[in-house]
Structures are given as C-alpha cells and as structure tokens.
Design a protein around this ligand. Structure first.
Ligand code: FAD
Length: 131
C-alpha cells in the first residue's frame, strides 16, 4: 500500500499517461520497489499505441490480409479468398477483441507490479505537486 500521511497517499513516482512511455517508466520504477501511480485521462489505459495508432493500424492490416487470403494465394491461386465479402463489421469486431486483449495485458502488468492507476486529467500545481 502507498504510504499515507494525513490520509493522502504519497508515491515515489507519478506517471502522467499510460502510453508506451508511461508504461515503461511505471514498470521499471515498480521493479526498483518504488511506489508508482499512473494517471490516465482516457477511458482505458494504453495511450495512442493501443487505442488509435500502432495496434489498430496493424490489426486492420493483418485482418484484411488474413480475411482476403492474400498469403495463401501462392498455394491456392489468385482467386482464393478466405472470406468473400469483407465488411466494416468484420474489421471492427477483430479490432475490438485485439484492443480489449491489449488493455487486459496492460492492466494485469500494472496489477502484478503493484502500480496504481487512476483515471482523470493530471496537471501540475507546482514543480513537485500534481492534481
Ligand atoms: C496511426 C499510427 C500508427 C502508428 N504505428 C506505429 C508503429 O507501427 N510502431 C511504432 O513504434 N509506433 C507507431 N506509432 C507511434 C506510437 O503510437 C507512439 O510513438 C506512441 O504511442 C507514443 O507513446 P507515448 O507513451 O509517448 O504517448 P501516447 O501513446 O500518446 O500516450 C500518452 C498518454 O498520456 C495521456 N495523457 C496526456 N496528457 C495527460 C494528462 N494531463 N493527464 C492524464 N493523462 C494524460 C493520454 O491520454 C495518453 O493515453 C503510430 C502512431 C499512429 C498515430
């Protein structure tokens, strides 16, 4: 548990943002036995990488390659398709499952390392205080 002084929890490190940078900083500090809190203003942890950047773009690309049967055409011929009509719903479903999995992995990583998370927008009140 974080140390409490007049009921206010204190941490060795406050990380603003749970994207790749915040995640690495938080986990590394926790592994050095620091008390860490991550503040995230989004609805879920993960940052741009998980929610709008790296994972979504690569998941959509892989889903299209997979459903179109692109990689198997060398064996089965140019007309081969794993799914005849690829819809936005097909892509959306696969994307949601992948993103949920990524968020779950990150949540477990924080929990395993005793990193606390809180949702809200952090701002500095002074060079050493944050709200
Ligand atoms: C379309 C796209 C594709 C990409 N593909 C790749 C790729 O293939 N490979 C690759 O290496 N990189 C890729 N990137 C880049 C990669 O996503 C970023 O480099 C990475 O997300 C940056 O991580 P970060 O932790 O610095 O910031 P972010 O991921 O932006 O995380 C910052 C977090 O801080 C939170 N935050 C900000 N201010 C506050 C505040 N005041 N209080 C609380 N929370 C706050 C935000 O909500 C956010 O969750 C891609 C980016 C895009 C847009």
């Amino acid at each position: 548990m974080p140390t409490t002084d007049t009921q206010t929890p204190t941490y060795d490190l406050l990380v603003i943002g749970s994207g790749p940078a915040g995640r690495r900083a938080a986990i590394q500090a926790a592994k050095l036995n620091k008390r860490v809190m991550v503040v995230e203003r989004g609805h879920r942890v993960g940052g741009v990488s998980v929610h709008t950047g790296t994972i979504p773009s690569k998941t959509l690309r892989e889903t299209v390659l997979n459903l179109s049967g692109w990689r198997e055409r060398e064996f089965y011929g140019r007309a081969y398709r794993a799914k005849q009509d690829i819809t936005a719903e097909d892509l959306g479903k696969r994307l949601q499952i992948t993103l949920d999995h990524e968020v779950e992995v990150l949540e477990h990583q924080f929990a395993r390392n005793n990193v606390d998370t809180v949702f809200g927008s952090a701002r500095f009140l002074s060079p050493i205080a944050c709200r």
